[in-house]
Each structure stands twice: as structure tokens, then as C-alpha cells.
Design a binder for this molecule. Structure first.
Ligand code: SF4
Ligand code: SF4
Length: 310
């Protein structure tokens, strides 16, 4: 494929589409100038604009898309960025458990996540929110404070509850997406195709956990801070106008590594593993601790659990 002149539509909205899952089919018959008028936003090359949903791409098309992205990242950041598309591992469904009795609210997980996943630094986009709650109130989110001072933790009479994407088995975010830009993978990770996302933010409104984040501006990622080990559906640098979220560090966990937040946590609050593996730590937690799910009454069926260490 040859590099082409970028389409430069109007300011102010997300990447593209007149709406509906068949926008590429529709646009297949349109001239580029018409496409420009319809997309209304962003700065897309013709190749990017005419790219299909990631799930519909042939192996050759995936290879071309990845090569194009790596080329674009090299131009933008002046360094090699590797984009992988490692598939779900057979026999694996990932699960996560958080020990509320151990978390001290230090927020190291928040910052490790930002670094690992190439989030915008300024303004900083954070996929993990740590809530400070009152012991007397228990898990009462109306009394939660996410803007507490981490230098003061742990505060007397309080406990801490990190919240991130719960990787729901019945994700409302997926249901509402009008173009199928987000879906649940076989290993239980809900992902976003940033090249297909139209930035309508329906998924943000539908997510009961506040786990999705919108890039209002061009993400500010200094070249020397780019993590070059990326996944197409995970931590590759995102454009302005798309929604992003935690993917259990898909670029790491599909290679057998722990998510960055699990690795950094100084208190061992975070447990992660394969729910289908009877010998895994996550299965031990589920079978031996009193676990609960956040907002269980909504029937989103998270694969993210909370428990008290005792
Ligand atoms: S790093 Fe661990 S202890 Fe610190 S806030 Fe995150 S989960 Fe809690
Ligand atoms: S927590 Fe929100 S973003 Fe994550 S899968 Fe559930 S509904 Fe979707």
C-alpha cells in the first residue's frame, strides 16, 4: 500500500461514519471527497478510512494494517513501536480479584497502568480509579472519594476500592455500540477497535462502572514515554475522538504475564489468573473467600471480584 494524502475533515468530533455497521460498505461506492464530508472529524488517511472492522479483516489485511500503524507511529514518535495481534489463548478466561483488606490506596496501580498502556499524560487519562470509602459505611459509593490525597493513606477509618473495567460477561457497553466497534473476546476481555470507533460515547453512558474514557483531544504521549510493546486491541497509541478502557493488559496477559497493576501493587491486593484453571490463585480466591461483585444487581456479571482477605 502507498501512503496517501490524509483526509482532513472538520474539527470537533470523533473519527468517522454516517452511522450503522455498514459504513465502509456504504463508503465503498463514494468518492473520497464525499467521504470527507461524511466523516466530519479526525485526520484519516484513505487507507485508514476504508479499513474494515478488525474482526472482518483477512490475515493479509491485518498484516497491512499493522504495518501501516507501525509506520505511522515511527513517523510520529521517532521510534519503533511494535503492534501485535495475539489471539486469545485456548482454554483461558481471565478473572481478577481485589483484596479490599490489603489495598492501602497508594495509587501505584493507577500510574503503572498509565505508563504501560500509553495513556495521555496531560491531561492524564486514568483507567483505574481508586475510591476512598468509610469503614462505617461499607461499600457505599455515595460516600466514595476518588480525589483523596494519596500522601495521607491509609487514613484512619477508611478503606480503598480500586475500580476499573470489570470485563463483564454481559457488557452493556457492547450492546449499545451502534457500529460494533467494541466486543468481548473469547478470553473474556472486552476490547475496542479504535479505528472503527466513531466516538459517539454511547458505551460510556452504558457502562455502570465509569470504566470507559474518551480522548477529547489528541492524546499527549511524549515520545520518550511510549511503551513500544503494544497490541492492536489494547495499548497502541490511540487517536483523538475514540473511547478507551482497561483490557487486563491484553498485550501482556496473552503472553503469560501479569497485568501491570498486579505487578506493581506493593501489598499483593491484586489477584489475576485463568478462571478455567482449577489450580490458579484466582480460582482459590473464588472458592475460598467471600467474594462479591460490584453492582451485582445489574446482572452485568463481571469477571472482576472483590473480597476481604480473611
Ligand atoms: S497499588 Fe495496590 S495497594 Fe496501592 S492502590 Fe493499587 S491496589 Fe491498592
Ligand atoms: S465494566 Fe463497563 S466497559 Fe467494562 S465490560 Fe463492563 S460495561 Fe463494558
Amino acid at each position: 500500500m502507498t501512503a496517501q494524502e490524509p483526509i482532513q475533515p472538520a474539527e470537533g468530533c470523533a473519527s468517522s461514519t454516517p452511522g450503522g455497521g455498514s459504513r465502509r460498505e456504504f463508503l465503498g461506492t463514494a468518492v473520497a471527497a464525499v467521504a470527507t464530508a461524511l466523516t466530519g472529524c479526525g485526520k484519516l488517511s484513505h487507507e485508514e478510512f476504508l479499513q474494515h472492522n478488525f474482526r472482518e479483516l483477512s490475515k493479509d489485511e491485518v498484516r497491512d494494517v499493522i504495518a501501516r500503524l507501525e509506520r505511522e507511529y515511527k513517523e510520529k514518535y521517532g521510534r519503533e513501536v511494535k503492534v501485535t495481534n495475539t489471539a486469545p489463548l485456548p482454554g483461558v478466561i481471565f478473572g481478577y480479584a481485589l483484596d479490599l483488606s490489603r489495598c492501602i490506596g497508594c495509587r501505584r496501580c493507577v500510574h503503572a497502568c498509565v505508563k504501560e498502556n500509553n495513556q495521555s499524560r496531560s491531561p492524564e487519562v486514568q483507567w483505574i480509579r481508586v475510591l476512598e470509602l468509610e469503614k462505617e459505611e461499607g461499600v457505599n459509593l455515595q460516600h466514595a472519594d476518588q480525589y483523596y490525597d494519596p500522601a495521607e493513606v491509609p487514613r484512619e477509618g477508611h478503606f480503598y476500592m480500586p475500580v476499573q473495567c470489570q470485563q463483564c460477561k454481559k457488557p452493556p457497553c457492547v450492546k449499545v455500540c451502534p457500529v460494533g466497534a467494541t466486543w468481548r473476546e473469547k478470553d473474556g476481555i472486552t476490547v475496542v477497535d479504535y479505528n472503527w470507533c466513531i466516538g459517539c460515547r454511547y458505551c460510556m453512558a452504558a457502562c455502570p462502572y465509569g470504566a470507559r474514557h474518551f480522548n477529547w483531544g489528541e492524546p499527549n504521549l511524549p515520545p520518550d514515554q511510549v511503551n513500544p510493546d503494544t497490541h492492536y486491541l489494547g495499548n497502541r497509541p490511540r487517536p483523538k475522538g475514540v473511547v478507551e478502557k482497561c483490557t487486563f493488559c491484553i498485550q501482556r496477559t496473552r503472553k503469560g504475564l501479569y497485568p501491570a497493576c498486579v505487578e506493581i501493587c506493593p501489598t499483593g491486593s491484586r489477584k489475576f489468573g485463568n478462571l478455567l484453571d482449577k489450580t490458579s490463585e484466582i480460582r482459590y480466591v473464588l472458592e475460598n473467600k467471600r467474594v462479591f461483585k460490584l453492582k451485582e444487581e445489574l446482572n452485568t456479571q463481571p469477571n472482576f471480584f472483590y473480597f476481604y482477605g480473611v
